[in-house]
Design a protein around this ligand. Structure first.
Ligand code: 5RP
Length: 270
């Protein structure tokens, strides 16, 4: 994304540049899981979870409820506000989301961006794409970027280049300024077909940190600008070591081997 793009107003450029750093990269830390999962493991008290981590991220993805209760407005990182929801793990269909947050609330909270899920290929495809379009219409008026999340609900097997490329392109066509999507084999196909920047989602916690370093490195090498990665950081036994190692890949072009060294050097540190 060219932040000197003359078609972009000052407010939009300012918000995007709070999130995307001078090197063109970003590390977003999502703690929005409770909006459909309830008190997720290691996120029961989000304020405590992020205390040692917030210094190392470039933005926090969070709902308004947790924002108000767990994040200090005086010392905050840029906020990406989660503004879709209305479903739960125990409900009928995770895809049946609505917009949860008004534009007045989004402006009042002074956020750097908003995030919304779309469920392409689901029974609620049209509804969630209409949610995205409506949100873009409202947020563009105020220079607020929209990040679309290509969600798959419980159908994790959907995560291949054909599906994620399709969903990411549709999100961009409808006006998302950033797309958050899963890493997959042949990730370059997803990036090449999407005209706006892509950040890599994390997904459920993997067995070991090396897998995370490998997929993040591959995704960045193939053109993603960063990550939006939660459980593989804060559910890890050594979350600070994890976020520092990922920062090294994203902002210092570290290889997975170099990231592993950063991790090893930081185990046990705060
Ligand atoms: C859910 C989300 C979450 O922000 C995201 O999935 C969290 O990241 P991780 O999967 O890495 O824990 O958008 O749809």
């Amino acid at each position: 994304m060219k932040l000197d793009d003359m078609s972009m107003d000052w407010g939009m450029k300012n918000r995007l540049s709070q999130l995307i750093q001078k090197d063109g990269r970003c590390l977003f830390l999502p703690i929005d899981h409770g909006y459909f999962q309830g008190p997720t493991s290691k996120l029961e008290r989000p304020g405590e979870t992020i205390k040692p981590l917030i210094a190392y991220c470039d933005g926090v993805f969070v709902t308004r409820g947790v924002l108000r209760s767990a994040i200090d407005p005086a010392h905050s990182k840029p906020i990406i506000l989660r503004v879709s929801g209305g479903t739960s793990m125990v409900g009928e269909d995770l895809a049946n989301e609505e917009l949860t947050t008004s534009i007045e609330e989004i402006v009042r909270l002074n956020v750097a961006a908003v995030g919304i899920s779309i469920f392409v290929g689901s029974k609620y495809e049209k509804q969630t794409l209409a949610n995205l379009s409506e949100l873009v219409n409202e947020c563009e008026e105020y220079g607020i970027p929209v990040m679309a999340v290509t969600a798959v609900g419980k159908e994790l097997e959907k995560r291949d280049a054909r599906y994620l490329g399709l969903a990411s392109r549709i999100a961009a066509e409808l006006g998302a300024r950033i797309v958050k999507t899963y890493w997959c084999e042949n990730f370059e196909k997803v990036v090449n077909g999407c005209p706006v920047p892509i950040v890599i989602a994390g997904g459920p916690k993997t067995d070991d940190e090396k897998q995370v370093f490998d997929f993040v490195y591959d995704g960045i090498s193939k053109g993603a600008i960063g990550v939006n990665l939660g459980r593989n950081i804060w559910q890890h036994e050594h979350p600070v070591a994890m976020i520092k190692a990922l920062r090294a890949i994203i902002h210092a072009n570290a290889t997975p081997k170099e990231a592993q060294k950063v991790f090893n050097d930081n185990v046990g540190k705060k």
